[in-house]
Design a protein around this ligand. Structure first.
Ligand code: MG
Length: 376
């Protein structure tokens, strides 16, 4: 009987030890698995603008923005969706879209094509929300490989273009002041035209600076003949490029203007995604690609390839956004003829540090991924 009891206790002890071990290994497995599952996080981060932003269609002092991170294997990639109101997305729509993105079904973030195809097919539109995932994923991959994206893509950082800096519509005194303030830091200035007072604005800049100017009419001109006269006048003022002169759907009139224009004419509002590029060949000399419009870096690369094959020039633009999205776009900038990547310089609450503008030129750093540091 005693032997039976001893044996019974011994057996119970063995069962308890096996149970403990199972519990422990199940825990370790669970912890390992959760470490390996891709986690998408997102939070609203409204951007505060340093100056009131005025274009032909509206004025504003803030821009809705959502920041994103993707974590996997202890590496965190950052992304961003910036939503100027005229593009139709909002903090609510981006948060709703991102809530539907289930990255836990993917086990390898390097499968960028599979993942972004899935994201693109969740719902149409939502381009800024999709760009946020695209940027975070590319940042993750670059960090995983320990290299900046431009190096992974084989691009020479010495070939980055100058970026323009936008001088907003204001009183002549303020315009002169702003121009003098950035003189020496930038080699190209950008001006919004197609609004009352644009000639005065350009003359005010010219009274204190001889820097080359680019202009953006934001569809603000309506008469093609008058637009052509305007472009000839602008050329005499040292303007080197014109963006979106006429309403976006008037492609025949834009083609007429482009054929006669002494300055290169670029599409912005007429262009959104890859499928638009081919039909714009012959209508414009070049296209302005923005990550928030085209769903991110993956599609932007394809647009650059198609546009170049059609003999079109490339401009890289941005919204008002943090150094996150600006630095992501900058990774592609060695492929661009023009760049307008000043969005991060227009806000007062940038939580990241990334691409720098040195003597007017986009300057890429050696950090992996999109090359940003979280300052928070
Ligand atoms: Mg534009």
């Amino acid at each position: 009987m005693l032997y039976h009891l001893i044996f019974y206790n011994f057996a119970l002890r063995i069962v308890a030890i096996i149970d403990d071990w199972h519990g422990y290994s199940a825990n370790v497995w669970l912890r390992k698995e959760s470490f390996r599952v891709m986690k998408l996080r997102f939070w609203a981060y409204p951007l505060q603008l340093q100056h009131t932003f005025t274009v032909a269609t509206c004025s504003r002092t803030t821009t809705p923005d959502v920041l994103v991170s993707i974590e996997h294997d202890g590496i965190v990639g950052y992304g961003e969706a910036s939503m100027p109101p005229y593009l139709g997305e909002s903090i609510e729509s981006v948060m709703a879209f991102l809530s539907r993105v289930n990255l836990s079904q993917f086990h390898d973030p390097m499968m960028v094509d599979d993942i972004l195809d899935y994201v693109d097919h969740i719902a149409p539109g939502n381009c800024a929300a999709k760009a946020a995932v695209d940027i975070a994923l590319h940042d993750w991959c670059g960090k995983y490989l320990g290299q900046p994206l431009y190096r992974i893509w084989g691009l020479n950082p010495a070939n980055t273009p100058f970026t323009t800096y936008t001088i907003g519509i204001d009183t002549p005194e303020v315009v002169r002041e702003k121009t003098l303030e950035v003189e020496g830091r930038f080699r190209r200035l950008k001006v919004k035209v197609g609004v009352a007072g644009d000639h005065e604005l350009i003359e005010s800049i010219r009274s204190v600076s001889s820097l080359p100017l680019t202009v953006d009419a934001n569809q603000g001109w309506t008469d093609k003949e008058k637009a052509l006269d305007e472009i000839f006048w602008l050329k005499e003022q040292g303007v080197i490029m014109v963006e979106q002169p006429l309403p976006k759907t008037r492609l025949d009139d834009i083609a007429w203007l482009t054929q006669r224009s002494p300055l290169p004419v670029f599409a912005d509002e007429s262009l959104q995604r890859l499928q638009d590029v081919t039909r714009l060949a012959g209508c414009f000399h070049g296209i302005n690609i923005k990550l928030m419009k085209c769903t991110g870096l993956r599609e932007a690369q394809k647009m650059i390839t198609v546009a170049k094959s059609l003999g079109m020039q490339i401009m890289l633009g941005c919204m008002t956004e943090t150094s996150c999205a600006v630095s992501a776009a900058a990774q592609l900038s060695p492929l661009a003829d023009f760049a307008d990547l000043d969005g991060n310089l227009l806000i007062s609450n940038d939580p990241y540090e990334g691409m720098k503008v040195v003597d007017g030129k986009i300057t890429l750093n050696e950090k992996p991924g999109i090359g940003i540091t979280d300052l928070r």
